[in-house]
Design a protein around this ligand. Structure first.
Ligand code: EPU
Length: 430
């Protein structure tokens, strides 16, 4: 297993290209199951979760082919992913095995499209994960409202969808993958489905636009009421995946904590409003041009409070990275996590670097320090690992981040991108 070693204290400088969004690519790859034929997906990020999704779909008979990579940048590293051709002509299965679901919960995203196209699915029930229990009761309740018979056998959700029909569905709490699963089932259902209190995350909108490009009829995209008129069939499509707002926010934090001057290229600026607002409030100067976001060196950072909320609120997926930034701000910052019940696992590791953070329930109070000190640290999930990288970039001395496989799930070319910005960072066997 590898580790990442960082010598902190170097201000980052230069341009960084933001990759395609993991959480848009995953449901869009699953959605290709809905239409037989050859789809072309552009801007699929090179990530472990994408490889897992290929295995998952591959087990159902889906074939993949990568096109030519566009010319590389920064020393020949291909930041831009080659187009991915996905051939869903011959499906030979409708099962997501425990082996894959246990490594990636997002595997559950095949449930909706399998129910839509095959009228049946067998998907291992995901267990809890490091950040919370993460039930899928709302996915299942919504499918039942659409006439799908759901049963649980030996840890597998079995869905029989012979009578898939439109329904009125209200989500008690907005759920991203729940909204995505039900939208993917509804596009091929008989009649109209209304999803109320739907998740409005931009990745849900990206999936909806992909479905529309395949011939689906969806109204209310990017709002909390999605109206889906079922159609008889869909056709394969070519689609460019949006860029990753959480990767963008992570590089913003890396630039700001090192007092660097970094331009994010292909930044999804309209989706960064809440994040940018908090950076500005904390004293980080930002300027924007179309598709480019510049982070400038400012004076000292000021502690600001954040509260994670469903979109358009401040994303839970940026909470850990922002906490790392706040650990070097002047004054206190109160961070409230309202989405997941156990998403402060990075706190004890940030403390190992010298951060002053107290947690009480879903509140963390960060008292900014003048300096952090490098140390070996490890993390339990993707965004927690990113926060340790950010802290390590600013800490005095050497920080070693263990369990790098978490980062591989969600950050494309992380070490190469940070090195190109001047960071002293390398990956090596642990
Ligand atoms: N919830 C339920 N019942 C359900 C579904 C969700 O109670 O049936 C609750 C969850 O326990 C949680 C809240 O609803 O408290 C919101 O969870 P949501 O379902 O929206 O999360 P998710 O769809 O499982 C996606 C992202 C996560 C991101 C969350 C919140 C993907 C593949 N994953 O998860 O991304 O944190 O939305 O925005 O899109 C990450 O990228 O690091 C990551 C964890």
């Amino acid at each position: 297993m590898d580790k990442i070693v960082i010598e902190g204290g170097v201000p980052l400088h230069g341009d960084v290209m933001i990759s395609g969004a993991k959480n848009a690519a995953l449901p869009i790859m699953a959605a290709t199951l809905l239409a037989p034929g050859e789809h072309t997906l552009i801007n699929v990020p090179p990530l472990a979760d994408i490889r897992t999704t290929k295995r998952l779909l591959g087990e159902m008979g889906v074939a993949f082919q990568e096109g030519e990579a566009p010319p590389g940048e920064s020393g020949g590293v291909p930041w831009e992913a080659p187009p991915l051709r996905v051939d869903t002509s011959n499906l030979s299965g409708w099962e997501a095995s425990y082996d894959l679901v246990k490594t990636m919960r997002a595997s559950v995203l095949v449930l909706g499209p399998l129910v839509g196209r095959e009228r049946r699915a067998r998907v291992s029930m995901p267990g809890g994960c490091a950040i919370g229990a993460r039930p899928i009761n709302l996915h299942l309740k919504g499918l039942e409202a659409m006439g799908v018979k759901i049963s649980l056998h030996q840890g597998y959700v079995e869905a029989d969808a012979k009578r898939l029909k439109g329904a009125e569905i209200y989500f008690e709490t907005p759920t991203v993958t729940g909204t995505e699963n039900l939208m993917m089932a509804a596009v091929l259902a008989k009649g109209t489905t209304r999803l109320k209190n739907a998740a409005m995350e931009p990745e849900v909108g990206d999936l909806a636009r992909f479905l529309v490009s395949m011939g689906a009829r969806i109204e209310g995209i990017d709002t909390d009421i999605l109206i889906i008129h079922g159609v008889k069939e869909l056709r394969p499509s070519t689609y460019t995946i949006m860029s990753d707002r959480i990767e963008a926010g992570t590089y913003m934090a890396a630039a700001a904590i090192t007092k660097g001057e970094v331009t994010l290229v292909n930044a999804p600026i309209p989706h960064l409003t809440a994040i940018m607002g908090k950076f500005i409030e904390a004293g980080v100067p930002l300027t924007v041009e179309p598709g480019r976001l510049m982070v400038h060196p400012g004076g000292s950072l000021t502690g600001v409070d954040i509260r994670t909320l469903p979109y358009p609120g401040f994303p839970t997926d940026m909470q850990a990275q922002f906490m790392a930034l706040m650990s070097l701000a002047r004054g206190a910052s109160v961070i409230t996590e309202t989405i997941f019940e156990n998403r402060f696992m990075h706190v004890s590791e940030l403390r190992r670097l010298g951060a002053d953070i107290n947690v009480s329930g879903n509140l963390a109070v960060v008292r900014g320090r003048r300096q952090l000190q490098g140390a070996p640290v490890m993390a339990t999930d993707l965004r927690a690992s990113a926060s340790l990288i950010i802290a390590g970039l600013a800490a005095q001395g050497t920080t070693e981040v263990l369990r790098v496989y978490h980062l591989d799930r969600g950050y494309a070319h992380l070490v190469e991108k940070l090195s190109a910005l001047g960071a002293r960072i390398k990956r090596m066997p642990a």
